[in-house]
Write a protein that binds this ligand. Sequence first.
Ligand SMILES: [Zn+2]
Length: 423
Amino acid sequence: MPAQVQGRSNAEDIVRSFEQSKMVNCKHYPMVFIPGISSIRGEPQSQEENDKTYEESQKQRALERKLRKEKLDLSIMQAQGAPEDAIKAQRKKVRAASADIDEFCDATGRARRRSREYTPVNPSFPDPESMPGSPADVKKQMQQHYDRQATPLQEMTPAEEFRKLQESAEPKAPAPAQAAPEPAAPTAPPAPATRPTATFTPAKTIEEAEEYARKTFVDIYQFAATGISYKGISVDIANEINQTVGDFYQTYNVKKFSGIVAPTANSREGKMIKNAVAAYSPIRNSFYINRSSLKDEKTARKHFEEEAKVIQEYFAAPGKYTRISREVKTILENSRESGRATVPTTVKEALWHELGHSLEKYLKEVPNYEKIKDGYTTYAKKISGYATAEFSEYIAESFAAWNRGETVVDPELIEGFKALQRK
Ligand SMILES: [Zn+2]
């Protein structure tokens, strides 16, 4: 989602933030840029270069595995209360493994990928104290636990992940004995896009809300998990997030998210989402919430009102906006047919947009994916200006529109979304 308003609204700022959001929007978040892959887009590589890149990437992955292992050993030793000098020696190994990666990256010009070096720190990690067996047994068990929880995901392509997910989908409960089928209604109501949780009880504190997210739809063992942090946003907003994401998770056959965080404005992540209300990182499988625009209900409402207003101002006097790029101008011009630049008008709807991004990788596996792609040129303009920016925004915007109960969404895409719902 592009554009945020801080304090007094400034039309130029909002329009410009569309421009910036082309760099940092929901999906094209700099953290997910993969060196090699993003540059392939620009200029094609030769086969030889391609092979070299692959070989280097494998070397780097091996060095990262080594570093993660040393870090894990260190945390096990600390948990076991190993002697100070042994811990010191292990710290040295961690630093050496880290230095090896630096050296390799310097030599090859590759970017260091800190997220791949991450070892999850998890409160529910088995407590070594309570584990039976010798220290060596404990270590083995913890290693197995870590391997099971953290390692497999990162090597998987989205397609592999999806297949694994399908295999591990909970076995279906036997269908209850059915009474006579209900007579079909004359006009069938549209199937719900997400199923509301009947049991959602709003949290009273931020800590309570964080705990709910951890229990319900977040798995912090995932690779490069961000974990949960609702610090900086109101309990109302945290509840809105929990209810919306919880409903989504209950409805769609997706794996849990690795986290939801509201970074401070000055942090690296905060700067990256400066011009977005929220963002989704496909690699981390987690969401970022902009504290300034989604701090509380009132601020959020103001944000969406301003955003809608500025588009109307643009429509009234497009000539006034002289400093915008052709790309952004195209998005704004493409907003005329739908009458809006973006679909979301509330926090919930902005979350739907981001949740739509999270479905994209699964959509690639649905039988009618080719038809879904074909629909882009016809349907994007009907959805919103931003939906025409690129295919992933089209998916996200369409998902938000469908959840609003709108009928402008491509039926093929709806069929795709439905194919991903839990049966
Ligand atoms: Zn987006």
